[in-house]
Design a protein around this ligand. Sequence first.
Ligand code: DUC
Ligand code: ZN
Ligand code: ZN
Length: 474
Amino acid sequence: MVEYDLLVKNGTVVTAADTFHADVAIRDGRIIALLDDADVGLADSVIDATDRLVLPGGIEGHCHIDEPSFGGAKLADDFESGSRAAVCGGTTTIIPFAQQIEGMSLRQAVDDYHTKAAGKSVADYGFHLILSDPNEQVLGQELPALIADGYTSFKVYMTYDGLRLEDMQILDVLATAKAHQGFVMIHCENDHCIRWLAEQLERKDDIGPERFGVAHGPAAEREATHRAITLSEVVDTPVFIVHVSSHQAMEQIAWARSRGMPIHAETCPQYLFLSTDDFSQPGWEGAKYICSPPPRDPDNPDHLWRGIQNGIFQLISSDHCPYRMEGPGGRIESAGELHFHKISPGLPGIETRLPLMFSEGVVKGRIDLQTFVAITATNAAKLYGLHPRKGTIAVGADADLALWDAERTVTLEHAMLHDNGDYTPYEGREITGWPVLSMVRGTVVWNDGEFTAPTGHGEFLHRGISSAVSTAAA
Ligand code: DUC
Ligand code: ZN
Ligand code: ZN
């Protein structure tokens, strides 16, 4: 008699709480038992996970896929290439953004992204919304209805033309979030400081890529982070600070958390592994590292690692925003000149997020396996309303698994990755530990070099209320 569709046998299961030996029994896409020594005769098929770590598939809570351009260049990934890159890197759920263009209804934005993703994503997916035009109709009707439909988180920007909201508007968004149990993510950079600093540099014709880090300096991020905390306090509702790059901004978050304020935050691999040294390389090479906010001084990563160890950051996200450098729609063509503010900002990273964090975090002893799972999967599931269905290995959860070879060493090259960009900022890095198999709802989608599921295997996820919001209300 067959009881299991699939048995993952002899692996070492790792969750945000424990590490233990167990066989994972799967039926109808869900985990139905964790067993000591399961009978292979009861399974339709068996994966031998001897010498493998069995982790919950990663959840990518911050990525830009098939979005309109940030500053001219065309984003390289659609839902097919972006989700393929995700699953090859051990990530099985992605939550990209559905961006509202000014003047467009939010519902229209969401419908457009459904069209972009359907039949293409191999990973399961939800959408955060980007609110660029929070008018009365949007805040009074569309947003509450969309929250009720499972779009429970939304991003607002303090900078970027066409996206930037004034503080009054952010307060209105926060008030709507509070009333309807939404969760607000904020891009924190002081727009006036950036523009003023950029103008000073332009006047001196001092416009090389490394000047991006001056115009988008840490003071602008620190001030805006503190302002976001203040806006959250005024409305009395939680916020999530996205892509924290500097220890100065992190210190604001630590300050708020030490006072019990419901401020949550992420940082990204680019702020842990890159620095101003990278975008100070000559010519277009430096342009490859421009993202907003930018990587900081070489001593900054040590501070951020301490923030991870101390729980100031709940998530590590990639902020995957890939461009090609070369060719039509690439960064070089769209910028036209080597000018720090004409180069579209954003870095690829959806596939390298987990291997980099495993190698530099777990293998180098900075974090333990439980923390690794928490900051790359479980906490995202909780904060974005997907737990306990996603982000853990437990009876009843979706069988979204990543099998890791903790010993495998790999030298990163863009040629081995699967996004549609034309470079990786991490070219040549030595990595120890590699995800060798990914499974989405019990279907193996990637098996050590081979795609094994049809394009479009991924399903849309209606998400519940963020744990940040439900615990703040308690
Ligand atoms: N930062 C980037 O670098 N790119 C896209 C969006 C963002 O906030
Ligand atoms: Zn942002
Ligand atoms: Zn982003």
